[in-house]
Ligand binder design. Structure first.
Ligand code: B12
Ligand code: SF4
Ligand code: SF4
Length: 293
């Protein structure tokens, strides 16, 4: 994931992104869907059910910046969503929007973690919010459930072991050592969030653009296995799934689909032995050192 090694200075110092920056306004947008996929389906992450969030959020943030400028006057700023030079989770945690959980996602007591994070970096001083406390306690549900052991220690995810990385970012073949571990996930993975007790409090989003196409919800495993490039283009038009491209999605489906050859037994077994929109602000100083909150 070498793309994360770039922009290191900018990640720590927002004034390199917005000269004279005084404040980071962190914002969350809920993407928890009301509907679910067909139970007999390969799975895609809930964040990818609808229109690509980058487009949806960027437009909203630009509107927010314009309204601040028209209310207050000469305010300079830039909007960021999922942009490599900005530490989304660290700023949101510092703004008091939630704490960073043992699964390394930003988490809130009231609405869980199925939220995107975005920022507005502006040269306007504001009254700053403060970090909230960690409520993971002795829970280890996410560590216990991760099928690839990517959560190597509480709060530390080894991205190179994560299903999300393999199914979305990896351009090469998925390592054979991962065979049988993906639990039918073919684009992203929500396991460490689905098992999180705080996500019982997730509420459905109200963004129509995040609603899934009925064709997507109806797809069975067979439909996924037989998907054509044409269907891919229609079902995933403007979707985050386009990131992996048709060939990438096919690779992921081929990797998870049961492919057991039928072996004819040549010996007979003895009888009986058959195998069984909230917002917070933070002062634009660099985030604190790494460590469990
Ligand atoms: C690279 C990346 C990945 C990689 C690696 C993830 C990893 N955990 O290492 C892969 C592809 C695997 C991935 C997967 C996922 N990702 Co991702 N990912 C990113 C991205 C682009 C950069 C994260 C990163 O590595 N930054 C660099 C490191 C150095 O920073 P960091 O992770 O924030 O960690 C620092 C701080 O958190 C700080 N810190 C730690 N604890 C604390 C506490 C306090 C109080 C403070 C102040 C600081 C602090 O120290 C750390 C080191 O400096 C961000 C977007 C962004 N720009 O931040 C999205 C982002 C983290 N991903 C997101 C999502 C949704 C996911 C998935 C759930 C998607 C999916 N369903 O498949 C999974 C979840 C996997 C998991 N359990 O983490 C969301 C998370 C939203 C949330 N509620 O937290 C983000 C923020 C995108 C967004 N804008 O919404 N992701
Ligand atoms: S997203 Fe899936 S593979 Fe990645 S850390 Fe969470 S449970 Fe593990
Ligand atoms: S599953 Fe438990 S340990 Fe993991 S993030 Fe949620 S509360 Fe924290």
């Amino acid at each position: 994931m070498s793309y994360m090694e770039n922009h290191f200075d900018k990640r720590l110092d927002p004034t390199l992104l917005v000269p004279g920056a005084k404040s980071v306004v962190s914002l969350l947008l809920n993407y928890y869907p009301e509907e679910s996929q067909n139970p007999d389906s390969y799975k895609i992450s809930k964040y990818a059910y609808g229109t690509d969030y980058h487009f949806v959020i960027k437009e909203r943030l630009k509107e927010l910046l314009y309204s601040i400028q028209s209310e207050i006057g000469d305010v300079d700023g830039r909007v960021f969503v999922d942009s490599a030079p900005v530490l989304d989770k660290a700023w949101a945690a510092r703004s008091g929007l939630g704490w960073i959980g043992k699964n390394s996602n930003l988490l809130t007591k009231s609405v869980g973690s199925f939220y995107f994070i975005a920022e507005l970096i502006i040269d306007l001083p504001l009254e700053y919010d403060h970090a909230v406390t960690d409520h993971c306690g002795s829970c280890t549900a996410c560590l216990d459930a991760c099928p690839t052991e990517a959560i190597v220690a509480p709060y530390i995810v080894d991205g190179s072991k994560c299903i999300s990385y393999f199914t979305i970012e990896l351009k090469e073949n998925i390592p054979s050592g991962m065979q049988g571990k993906f639990d039918d996930w073919v684009f992203g993975c929500d396991i460490c969030q689905d098992v999180c007790p705080w996500n019982k409090f997730s509420k459905p989003h109200s963004e129509p653009l995040f609603n899934p196409k009925p064709e997507l919800l109806a797809m069975s495993k067979k439909d996924w296995e037989e998907i054509t490039e044409e269907t891919f283009r229609v079902v995933f038009k403007d979707s985050p799934v386009k990131r992996t491209k048709y060939q990438g999605l096919k690779r992921n489906i081929d990797f998870v689909k049961p492919n057991r050859p039928i072996i004819k037994a040549s010996v007979s077994l003895p009888e009986g032995s058959a195998p069984g929109i909230e917002a917070g602000t933070a002062c634009s100083r660099k985030p604190g050192p790494q460590g469990a909150p």
